[in-house]
Design a protein around this ligand. Structure first.
Ligand code: SF4
Length: 123
């Protein structure tokens, strides 16, 4: 039986609890260090299928700024980050852009949209 211990800092809230996840054959069997159930859930996800929110910028034509900050509206599988970043880099949008506007409906098949996080006015 393969045993492993992974250590994390919980990022779900500002408390930043130090977490330990004990795994047997790749399956989490115990989580310690968490002050609430959300920490346990975070440690299990981080150990088995880590996810991240992607934040970046997209080129804008005709805007008062050349770049628009964007983010995924939720977390996406960590292994999809590289492909998602390529999709973001290839994207070009035109001003005006409203905060919250969906720029990609379903980024890399994750079911999560990419949205603008600020208004860009016409130049
Ligand atoms: S375990 Fe709970 S209290 Fe601790 S950082 Fe995570 S969410 Fe916050």
């Amino acid at each position: 039986m393969a045993r492993e211990v992974k250590e994390y800092t919980c990022i779900v809230c500002p408390m930043g609890c130090p977490l330990k996840a004990e795994l047997e054959d790749g399956k989490v069997v115990r989580v310690t260090g968490n002050s609430c159930p959300r920490g346990e859930k975070y440690a299990v996800t981080e150990s088995t299928a880590p996810r991240r929110v992607l934040t970046s910028t997209v080129r804008v034509t005709g805007g008062h700024l050349p770049l628009c900050p964007v983010r995924t509206k939720g977390d996406i599988p960590k292994e999809k980050l590289f492909d998602a970043m390529k999709a973001v880099n290839a994207l070009r949008i035109e001003a005006p852009v409203s905060i919250g506007k969906v720029l990609i409906e379903n980024i890399c098949g994750t079911g999560v949209p990419l949205v603008a996080t600020r208004d860009i006015h016409k130049a």
